[in-house]
Design a protein around this ligand. Sequence first.
Ligand code: PMP
Length: 330
Amino acid sequence: MEYVEHVTDLVGNTPLVKLGSLAEGVSATVLAKVEYFNPGGSVKDRIALRMVEAAEASGELRPGGTIVEPTSGNTGVGLAMIAQRKGYKCVFVCPDKVSEDKRNTLKAYGAEVVVCPTAVAPEHPNSYYNVSDRLVKEIEGAWKPDQYSNPQNPESHYQQTGPEIWKQTDGRITHFVAGVGTGGTISGTGRYLKEVSEGRVKIIGADPEGSVYSGGTGRPYLVEGVGEDFWPSTYDREIADQIIAISDAESFEVTRRLAREEGMLVGGSCGMAAAAAIKLARGLGPDDVVVVLLPDGGRGYLSKVFNDDWMASYGFLPPEHSGATVGDVL
Ligand code: PMP
């Protein structure tokens, strides 16, 4: 019989899938590392597992303890899944702008969700940041992973994601492309690939236009999970050889094409990373192998990127697309 004891045993070892029509006219090979194959549906399962195991080893997280993290997304799902297996409680703090579907996803795994008002300053006692800090102090046995400062976040990619890519490409990778949020993925994977290739592999960050990583001020953009308005300690500012800024419009266009043309229903930051990879690959030759990491699946974005009305409301589709159905066209 072939089986695992628990779904968390399936974290990592995600496949590489070659991009077809999206990379038309490109002579380099462009391979997507498809992270929605992780059991919680995103790359964040990797960091969640490693942060929890390290906290157990250091004694910061003890049996019966509670994981408290300000997160509404993929990191929460990864932590909740691992907490379920190991018998920890989870309390996630998220701002009220987070969709009910996202909150319900976390609750479905057995987590408790505390919702904070978005319309208060960070220093307000009820702000997202202050509430999570207060809960850590108040709950006995509480531990806060803090993915923005936890060195186990990049370390998980140094230990796992980087070696996987090197082995899967038989050492032929020449360029690695990833979006930058906490910076954990690019910093850990990038450090491993640079070390193992003695500096040959180039590391390229993809960033939403407006974010600090590509020289912006933190100006708002719509793509989720990437870009910042501050510099987290999990990001190694020396790692990227190049940062490519991608607009929301282009990120979303490529995200939709990944579903329609490549059969991969993925999130908006995947379209952003893939857009950067294709831009880069256009200037490369037939011996080059570009690996681009696609962090999550697209189910969480059906009412946004994949909704024509939402897209049209931001001007990403012409107004005539809004509300159009096949019936209208006929
Ligand atoms: N895409 C999505 C959807 C994410 O949730 C994240 C994590 N914030 C990233 C990309 C960026 O990954 P990292 O935090 O490792 O830089």
